[in-house]
Design a protein around this ligand. Structure first.
Ligand code: NAP
Ligand code: GLV
Length: 317
C-alpha cells in the first residue's frame, strides 16, 4: 500500500468497528489507507475521519490536515456535541444509503399495529378473548410524519402510496406527492390535533429536543399512537408515560430513548402500551455507506460546495 494514499481514521463506538477496515479495503484497495481507533495514528497525517457515536476517550484534536468527517449514519447529534471537533471541518452524513426502506418497514409495522388493532388483539389473546372488531380502511387513518428529509420523506410517500391519509411536517415548505405537507413551528399544534398516528423522523436539534412533551402529546386526540424512530432526546419520557397510563396515548412504538441502552428500571420496558426496540429501526449498511463516502471524497477533490450530505451547523442537521 502506498504511504502517499490518503489516510482515513475510523472512530466508532458502534458494534464491531474493526469491520470497517475490510469494508473500506474492498471498496478502495490501495487508494486509501485505513486505521481504526484505538490504533495510534499521527493525527496530522489523517485526511478523513469516519465516525459513529465516537467514544469519549477518542480525541478529535490535532487533526491538522483533516478535510472532512464522514458520519457513519444519518443523525449527527453525537458529532455536533463534540467540542474538540474543529467547526471549520465539514461533516458529511449518510443520506438514505439503504436506511429509508428499513424505516418505511419499521413505521409501517407501527401503523398497522394501530390501524388493524393488533395491539388490542394481543391483549385479547392474553385473556383468551375472541373479540372481532370492524377493520378500518387506510384512507380513514390519519398518519403524520414529522421530518420529510431523506428518510422521513420516503416514509411519508410510502404510506401515502399504501392509501393512508398522510400529513407531513418540515422546517421549510416541501411538496411530496400524496402528502399534505405543512411547515414551521406555528403549524405543529393544529397538525397534532388532526393526527391519529404520529411518527417522528426528525433530527435531534435544539428545536426538536423534548418536542414531545405533555403539551404536544396532549394535543393529539385521545387514543392516538406515537412512533419514535428518530432520537430519544425528543421525548419527555415522564410525560409520555403519564399519557400512556391514562390511555390518552393508546400505543407507543419506541426505537430510541433518552438513555440508551434503556435503563433496567425504566417503566417503558414493561408498559402494556409500549413496544420497545433497541435502536434498530434503520441500521447503517456498510456497502452503501462506503459507496456514499467514496462519492463524498470524489466531490471534495472536485471542489463541490456544498458537498452532498454536508451538515449545516447553523441548523444542527
Ligand atoms: P434529513 O434528511 O436531514 O431530514 C430532516 C427533516 O427534518 C427535514 O425535512 C427537516 O426540514 C426536518 N426538520 C428539522 N428540524 C425541524 C424542525 N425544527 N421543525 C420541523 N422540521 C424539521 O434527515 P434524515 O436522513 O431523514 O434522518 C432524520 C433522522 O432520523 C436522523 O437525524 C436520525 O436522528 C434519525 N434516524 C434514526 C434511525 C434509527 O435507527 N432509529 C436511523 C436513521 C436515522 P427541512 O426539510 O425544511 O430541512
Ligand atoms: C441512526 O440512528 C442514524 O442516525 O443513522
Amino acid at each position: 500500500m502506498s504511504s502517499s494514499s490518503p489516510l482515513l481514521y475510523v472512530i466508532s463506538g458502534g458494534d464491531d468497528p474493526g469491520q470497517w477496515r475490510g469494508v473500506f479495503a474492498a471498496r478502495f484497495g490501495d487508494a486509501l489507507r485505513v486505521a481504526v481507533w484505538p490504533e495510534a495514528v499521527d493525527p496530522a497525517a489523517v485526511d478523513y475521519i469516519a465516525a459513529w457515536s465516537p467514544p469519549a476517550a477518542a480525541s478529535f484534536s490535532g487533526f491538522s490536515g483533516l478535510k472532512a468527517v464522514f458520519n457513519l449514519g444519518a443523525g449527527v447529534d453525537k458529532l455536533l456535541a463534540r467540542a474538540d471537533l474543529d467547526p471549520a471541518v465539514p461533516i458529511i452524513r449518510l443520506q438514505d444509503a439503504g436506511m429509508a426502506p428499513q424505516m418505511v418497514e419499521y413505521a409501517l409495522y407501527g401503523v398497522l399495529r394501530h390501524q388493524r388493532d393488533f395491539d388490542l388483539y394481543a391483549a385479547d389473546q392474553a385473556e383468551k378473548r375472541w373479540q372481532p372488531r370492524l377493520p378500518r380502511l387506510a384512507a380513514d387513518t390519519r398518519v403524520t410524519v414529522l421530518g420529510l428529509g431523506a428518510i422521513g420523506g420516503a416514509v411519508a410517500q410510502a404510506l401515502a402510496g399504501l392509501g393512508y391519509a398522510v400529513r407531513g411536517w418540515s422546517r421549510s415548505a416541501r411538496s411530496l406527492p400524496g402528502v399534505d405537507c405543512r411547515a414551521g413551528a406555528d403549524a405543529l399544534l393544529r397538525l397534532l390535533a388532526e393526527t391519529e398516528i404520529l411518527i417522528s423522523v426528525l433530527p435531534s436539534t435544539p428545536e426538536t429536543r423534548r418536542l414531545f412533551n405533555a403539551d404536544t402529546l396532549g394535543a393529539l386526540p385521545a387514543g392516538a399512537s406515537f412512533i419514535n424512530c428518530a432520537r430519544g432526546d425528543q421525548v419527555d419520557e415522564a410525560a409520555l408515560l403519564s399519557l400512556l397510563d391514562s390511555g390518552h396515548i393508546r400505543m407507543a412504538l419506541l426505537d430510541v430513548f433518552v438513555t440508551e441502552p434503556l435503563p433496567q428500571d425504566s417503566r417503558l420496558w414493561g408498559h402494556p402500551r409500549v413496544v420497545a426496540t433497541p435502536h434498530v429501526a434503520a441500521s447503517t449498511l456498510p456497502g452503501p455507506a462506503v459507496d456514499q463516502i467514496a462519492d463524498g471524497i470524489a466531490a471534495l477533490k472536485a471542489g463541490v460546495s456544498p458537498l452532498p450530505g454536508q451538515v449545516d451547523r447553523g441548523r444542527s442537521y
